[in-house]
Design a protein around this ligand. Structure first.
Ligand code: DMJ
Length: 619
């Protein structure tokens, strides 16, 4: 059995009027109640309102049945214990179902209901069995109807209450975003990343990375004012004509992807023009002997190069830029973007060195061959290769069979070589392989996989992908729950030996949390496809812990060094752009009830959570 999830009951304290002098006037009492009410959190107020509404509706719905019973009980006072109606309400804001309603209707053991029996008794007509049975049947029907309508009302009430609570969670994500944005605006405006503790910024490419990554999130959250400010900066300040080296993969997924999705959501050609500009400036990266791109490009000079210490590129990096460049070709009707990234997929498809569809982590830009062979992971340096096989297939209208075959083969490879269960609780996890040796190590990055598997199953891939997605989702959740801060570390190791005390171990060097999105990303997919409320509940717990351990009061959120020390999680003084681009966006979409807000039948998310359209059949 897994340990029970954290139970955060909402405590509502209405005791004691405080230290002030006692005054029991009506007006004082009214003011005091009002003040108490205002002091409650939004969640607490919503819960109280929920309970009141629920009780009111239950009261109205059960009125006829209850009065009937009261009459019945009055008439059959000799047998009061035979008939009872009980409605009990248990409210738990963190348990799986959120609200549990137990409605119990205990019918009398006697053949006729009490009212009828008494009437018959009084009339001295008790010996007429036909009349007795007919009336008894009528009565039973009436009672059943009452029970059904009451149950219906209770269901409606539960739905209303759950929606109210989730609306509060949705607003809490918006508030977290606003807080993050405030910090960025005050101390890092126009720079790449906020350093919230030192109230300054860090530069990676010097292109306003956080601002661009966050554009579509603001649009989706309806933060119009913030969006307009950011748009004005893009229009007047953002220039790619700069003598800077940028990483091809990172600038493609964050900048090109962010601009393309914002263009699609808003229809504003400003973003398309900027996307074309950065897209064309990244093209020199593909001028290599093998056509496998270099990792770095100088977007001002138009030159590209590998990192100083190697001529290798990372497999995940060169195979996770396809959605963006394909879309750029479709929009501009210029084929070179799509051709360049398709060439990479063709080559990787044919390469030796795979294990059951699993790829090594590095590829050489001169030879076009895999290097560092024999090491396989679903984590850093390989992760999004698998994600983009499936997502390209979806983007292109599910016609490109080779992509699908590679994806299906790789997932079989995962099942055959990388899946194991932990001890003592049997959590399913994805480990790593090094020259035939299995290592029970799993990066938080691997938590993209439940979402990707679920997405495939949604588009008709084998149903067991969905089952595996659910198992892995539980594991990723446990990577949070089992830490003292309720936040996952960067890397975990699972115990596999019989008799282990705990499933998850964390090495000292792996205890950091960078505000990464993968788990909430998968929660979003799992909730969309299953509608199981527990996934929202888990997302809410994660958000609360981000608020508790990573929020910086002067604005922004910070990565932390130690998820195992709730007393001093040790801030790292950096807010990654993906916290706004991905983590908060997925949380918002997880809690949103708008069915068409980025429908997964019309959009596919790039690996930085920027939604791009699924191409229409004619494309
Ligand atoms: C993001 O930039 C992307 O999600 C990428 O695919 C992996 N790393 C970060 C988030 O963890």
């Amino acid at each position: 059995m897994l340990p029970p999830s954290r139970q955060d009951y909402v405590s509502i304290s209405l005791a004691g009027a405080g230290a002030g002098s006692y005054n029991n006037s009506k007006q004082w009492r009214r003011q005091s109640c009002w003040r108490k009410w205002k002091q409650l959190s939004r969640l607490q107020r919503s819960l109280i309102l929920c309970v009141l509404v629920l009780l009111f509706i239950c009261g109205i719905a059960s009125y006829p049945t209850v009065t009937e019973h009261i009459r019945g009980n009055a008439l059959c006072a000799a047998h009061p214990k035979h008939s009872s109606l009980s409605v009990s309400l248990k409210l738990n804001t963190t348990g799986g179902a959120c609200l549990f309603l137990v409605f119990r209707k205990k019918l009398s053991n006697r053949r006729g209901p009490p009212v009828l029996q008494n009437r018959l008794h009084r009339r001295g007509n008790i010996s007429d069995p036909t009349l007795h049975e007919e009336k008894s049947a009528d009565r039973k029907k009436g009672e059943d109807k009452g029970v059904i309508s009451l149950s219906l009302c209770v269901c409606v009430c539960v739905c209303v209450c759950v929606s109210l609570i989730v609306a509060v969670w949705l607003e809490a994500v918006r508030e977290a975003f606003r807080h993050a944005w405030r910090g960025y605006k005050d101390f890092a405006w126009g720079h790449d990343e906020l350093r919230p503790i030192s109230k300054s910024y860090s530069e990676w490419f010097g292109l306003g990375l956080t601002l661009i990554d966050a554009l579509d999130t603001m649009w989706i959250m309806g933060l119009k004012e913030e969006f307009e400010e950011a748009k004005a900066w893009v229009a007047s300040e953002l220039s790619f004509n700069r003598n800077v080296d940028v990483n091809l993969f990172e600038s493609t997924i964050r900048i090109l992807g962010g601009l393309l999705s914002t263009y699609h959501l808003t229809g504003d050609t400003l973003f398309l023009d900027k996307a074309k500009d950065i897209g064309s400036r990244l093209m020199p990266a593909f001028n290599t002997p093998s056509k496998i791109p270099y990792s770095d490009v100088n977007i001002g000079k138009g030159t590209a190069h590998p990192p100083r210490w190697t001529s290798d590129s990372t497999v995940a990096e060169v195979t996770s830029i396809q959605l963006e460049f394909r879309e750029l070709s479709r929009l501009t009707q210029e084929p070179q973007y799509q051709a360049s990234v398709a060439e990479i997929m063709q080559q990787v498809h044919k390469l030796d060195g795979k294990l059951d569809g699993l790829v090594p982590m590095f590829i050489n830009t001169n030879s076009g061959q895999f290097t560092h062979q024999g090491i396989y992971t679903l984590g850093a340096r390989a992760d999004s290769y698998y994600e983009y096989l499936l997502k390209q297939w979806i983007q292109g209208g599910r016609k490109e069979d080779q992509l699908l075959e590679d994806y299906l083969q790789a997932m079989e490879g995962v099942k055959k070589n990388m899946l194991q269960k932990s001890s003592p609780n049997g959590l399913t996890f994805v480990g790593e392989l090094s020259h035939g040796q299995f290592s029970p190590k799993m990066d938080h990055l691997v938590c993209f996989l439940p979402g990707t598997l679920a997405l495939g199953a949604h588009f008709g891939l084998p149903a067991d992908h969905m089952e595996l997605a659910k198992e892995l989702m539980e594991t990723c959740y446990q990577m949070y729950v089992q830490m003292e801060t309720g936040l996952s570390p960067e890397i975990v190791h699972f115990n596999m030996h019989q008799g282990s005390v705990r499933d998850i171990e964390v090495k000292l060097a792996d205890r950091h949390n960078l505000l990464r999105p993968e788990t909430v990303e998968s929660l979003f997919y799992l909730y969309r496809f299953t509608k199981d409320h527990k996934y929202r509940q888990w997302g809410w717990e994660v958000l609360q812990n981000f608020n508790k351990y990573t929020k910086v009061s002067s604005g922004g959120f910070t990565s932390i060094n130690n998820v195992r020390d709730p007393e001093y999680p040790s801030p790292r003084d950096k807010m990654e752009s993906f916290f706004l681009g991905e983590t908060l966006k997925y949380l918002y979409l997880l809690f949103s009830d708008e069915p068409d807000l980025i429908s997964l039948d019309h959009y596919v998310f790039n690996t930085e959570a920027h939604p791009l359209p699924i191409w229409p059949a004619s494309a």
